[in-house]
Design a protein around this ligand. Structure first.
Ligand code: UD1
Ligand code: CA
Length: 463
């Protein structure tokens, strides 16, 4: 980048967020799989500031840990939360000698689009402003700072809601908490803030009185700049985010049936002609292939589903399902399960940390844990891998085409070869070679002509 296009960013994330009534720092509250502060940082999009400063204070260690996946961040401690202006004062030593622009974001403004920030910075440079800030006209501006400006958007003053007179509160133009400053200009006035307001805090917004020109840019979509101060606003932001995600997937060729009952994390990827049925929730690093039908009533988390997979009333986490497999109703796959192609898993089947080959059926009432199954295995109704001896988990290995009878228990560690048939009700404790029938149950005893001894009927016993 050439001269005059240098950018730094400071994200304010030191406040407790008293109005959340939570022990978790406000900026760490999750919004669709990401924390609020992560959302704020994601709104940088393709902007690559040379300095990424995050101001931390309340719960600093927690906030740092939550952002550990972003090594480019420098954390700046604000040990006492004396206001947004005081927060930005903490970056002074970090930006000594920097002569570019500083983008300031509130850590609790999660819905900004990258294009909006790019536009803000572009306008800021084109107009040669000392500061440029995002504003909007809100029907209900309660709680926000009011921006006072001339007809041509030159900002004269920002007054917090609580410091406004009744007539000032009629101003519906609000401060989004998103600013672009010329750093040398801000650096010069920042040390002179005074805490003369209702909260006795140092307000960043007060610098506008000492800078010129300061311009307001009305954001095209006011939803973007909603701040999160309480749980109700958190819920509203979630709905906005969900609408955006769902609109985008529908535009990309995904059918959502009753979208209001569906939730999809921003990290999810869906192929065209996927159908998502009601009451279905897709979370984390989940991908779904073409033509798959998920739901109703399913939760898929950090899982990869291939093409033409169907999932009905089931929970799948941290697992992979290959194409043409049918999962459910009522299946639970968890902890690194791999399901091959064309399998049938469902009707009350739980699978944990197991691999199934292609065309395996486990269609009724089973538990498979720490198991490796070949191709075309048939798991009979009620088959259980007894994988836990009270201390350790043990593996079960089942070869191709092997069939387990109903209600068999495979006591791990145990290996069944291929083409094995396990008789119903067997408790298999020893390895079985290929091509064997194994029956491990008490022999049936049949006594011909046997009858129970006659008993005298009592008045209230059934005859
Ligand atoms: C702030 C603005 C207000 C604007 C609103 C937009 C000021 C004085 N007011 O008000 O004009 O309409 O945002 O959402 O700036 N923080 C710190 N250290 C502190 C105080 C706050 O890091 O000492 C952080 C908070 O963690 C939060 C952000 O700054 O992420 C904003 O603080 P908050 O108290 O929510 O400000 P608002 O009252 O919403
Ligand atoms: Ca706020």
């Amino acid at each position: 980048m050439g001269m005059g296009s240098k950018l730094a960013v400071a994200v304010l994330a030191a406040g407790k967020g008293t109005r959340m009534k939570s022990s978790l720092p406000k900026v760490l509250h999750p919004l669709g799989g990401r924390s609020l502060v992560d959302c704020a940082l994601d709104s940088l999009g393709t902007l690559t500031p040379s300095h990424q400063l995050v101001i931390v204070g309340y719960g600093a260690d927690q906030v740092k840990a939550a952002l550990a996946h972003r090594p480019q961040i420098t954390f700046v401690e604000q040990t006492q939360q004396l206001g947004t202006g005081h927060a930005v004062q903490q970056v002074l030593p970090h930006l000594a000698g920097f002569d570019g622009d500083l983008l300031v974001l509130n850590g609790d403004v999660p819905l900004l689009r990258p294009s909006t920030l790019e536009e803000l910075w572009t306008v800021h440079r084109r107009q040669g402003n000392a500061a440029t800030l995002l504003t909007a006209q809100f029907d209900d501006p309660t709680g926000y700072g009011r921006v006072f400006c001339t007809d041509d958007h030159v900002v004269t003053e920002i007054i917090e809601h609580r410091d406004c007179t009744d007539s000032q509160r009629q101003n519906r133009r609000i401060n989004a908490g998103v600013y672009c400053f010329s750093w040398p200009a801000l650096e010069a006035v920042l040390p002179h803030l005074k805490a003369e307001n209702d909260q006795n805090e140092y307000y960043l917004t007060d610098v506008v009185q000492d800078l010129a020109p300061v311009m307001a840019v009305d954001v095209a979509d006011p939803e973007e700049i909603q701040g999160i101060n309480n749980r109700k606003q958190l819920a509203a932001a979630y709905d906005i985010l969900q609408d955006r995600i769902k609109d985008a997937w529908m535009a990309a060729g995904v059918t959502l049936i009753n979208p209001a009952s569906i939730t999809i994390d921003p990290t999810v990827e869906l192929a065209p002609d996927v159908v998502i049925e009601p009451q279905t929730h897709l979370r984390g690093q989940t991908q779904v292939g073409c033509g798959s039908r998920i739901g109703p009533g399913s939760l898929i988390e950090n899982s990869q589903l291939g093409e033409n997979v169907t999932v009905l009333y089931s929970v799948i986490s941290d697992s992979t399902v290959a194409k043409d497999s049918r999962i459910g109703p009522y299946a639970h796959l968890r902890g690194q399960v791999t399901i091959g192609q064309g399998c049938r898993v469902g009707n009350f089947v739980e699978i944990k940390k197991s691999t199934l080959g292609d065309r395996v059926n486990a269609a009724h009432l089973s538990y498979l844990g720490d198991a490796t199954l070949g191709d075309r295995v048939n798991i009979g109704a009620g088959t259980i891998t007894a994988n836990y001896d009270g201390y350790q988990k043990h593996p079960t290995v089942i070869g191709d085409r092997t069939k387990t009878g109903s209600n068999s228990v495979l006591v791990a560690p145990v290996t069944l070869g291929s083409d094995v048939t396990v008789g119903a009700g067997s408790v298999v404790t020893k390895d079985v070679e290929d091509d064997c029938l194994v029956v491990a149950r008490a022999k049936q005893i049949t006594l011909p002509g046997w009858r129970p001894a006659p008993r005298r009927a009592t008045p209230d016993s059934p005859q």
